[in-house]
Design a binder for this molecule. Structure first.
Ligand code: KG4
Ligand code: ZN
Length: 334
């Protein structure tokens, strides 16, 4: 083995159990994810108790597999990076306790990682970062815009006042009877619908905040009206509602993130989080950034949903920044 820095990342903030080994020179050596998503589907949302039990059942095997795939042993690692929040407390505790035990057993330091920042930097896992950049984190729990001038220098410029975008996708899908998780279900249904069939808006003023609870209620009222008029909601109407809803959410996300990049003089826009898997969002971001002369850096789909590669990768960056004398402290977990 060389002198490269290698970090084992652990992610257990919600329903995914992730472990990944990342090396500063060769990049991601493994990225293993187990999910309890199918166990939550019958309830139409994440059940914290089920999520934390599943974390406990998976963590050992997931970490083992990540080490095996990366072909590294504990002696080849320089540190552990563990998601310390935000997230479901029971789920987080599993990863944090596991990381703590490994740190004792393997005599390795642990870097505590903020889940949102891990999503924010996920677009740069395979690239160098060019500061300053505007960043959009769009997931099931958060919708936030940042201006980032350096590692540890992330300024929150806007966030959702109510539901996160992913949460709105999940709730709208439930109203439309499309199942859980709602994001992929709406995206699929929308392929057969027209985004112009219904006029939905989710703007909440001239700033950079978001609001997605109103649009979800608007979808509910449309469904109720159609049912009252026709006794049922046809497959085509569901597709049209899905497409119109998706388009309104996407346009709001695209407009505000591009506007932030331009207004805050950032040449680069970075995008991460589960909703960034959405093909229409990806396409519209590509079109709009090109039109406005902004360089778009989107996390690849494999790093959008919760994963540990983004955790390990940010761990390496934090260690590097710390070594080069950056003033902030690496958050010690324990
Ligand atoms: O980042 P993530 O795995 O978890 C959080 O940190 O919240 O994101 C999960 C969210 C869910 O709300 C899910 O519906 C949404 O990402 N999502 C999507 C798509 N795939 C996942 N939303 C829209 N379109 C998709 N294709
Ligand atoms: Zn997440």
């Amino acid at each position: 083995m060389t002198n490269a820095v290698r970090v084992l990342g652990i992610e257990t903030s919600c329903d995914e159990t992730g472990a990944s080994v990342v090396e500063d020179s060769r990049g991601v050596l493994s990225n293993v994810v187990a999910t309890s998503l199918s166990q939550h589907a019958p309830y139409g949302g994440i059940i914290p108790e089920i999520a934390s039990r599943a974390q406990l059942e998976s963590i050992s095997a997931v970490v083992e597999e990540a080490m095996k795939t990366a072909r590294v042993a504990s002696k080849d690692l320089d540190a552990l990076a563990v998601t310390q929040g935000p997230g479901l407390i029971g789920s987080l505790l599993v990863g944090v306790s596991f990381g703590r035990a490994l740190s004792q057993a393997w005599n390795l330091p642990v870097v505590g990682i903020d889940h949102l920042r891990a999503h924010l930097y996920a677009a740069f896992i395979d690239h160098e970062i060019s500061f300053p950049f505007a960043g959009l984190v769009v997931s099931g729990g958060h919708t936030s815009l940042y201006r980032v001038t350096g590692i540890g220098e992330e300024t929150l410029v806007g966030s959702t006042r109510d539901d996160a975008a992913g949460e709105a996708f999940d709730k709208a899908a439930k109203i439309l009877g499309l199942g859980y998780p709602g994001g992929p279900a709406i995206e699929q249904a929308a392929q057969k619908g027209s985004p112009e069939a219904f006029r939905f808006r989710c703007d909440c003023g001239p700033g950079f905040d978001f609001s997605f609870s109103g649009i979800k209620t608007a979808v509910l009222y449309k469904v109720q009206n159609v049912k009252k008029l026709y006794g049922r909601v046809s497959g085509q109407t569901i597709a049209d509602l899905a497409a119109s809803f998706q388009s309104a959410v996407v346009e709001d996300l695209v407009e505000k993130s591009c506007r932030l990049a331009q207004k805050s003089r950032c040449r680069v826009l970075a995008v991460g989080g589960g909703v960034a898997c959405n093909g229409v969002l990806r396409l519209r971001l590509e079109e709009e950034t090109e039109r406005r002369g902004i360089a778009l850096c989107m996390a690849p789909r494999s790093y959008c949903l919760d994963n540990a590669a983004m955790v390990a990768s940010l761990g390496i960056r934090l260690m590097r920044a710390h070594k080069s004398g950056k003033r902030f402290c690496m958050k010690a977990l324990f």
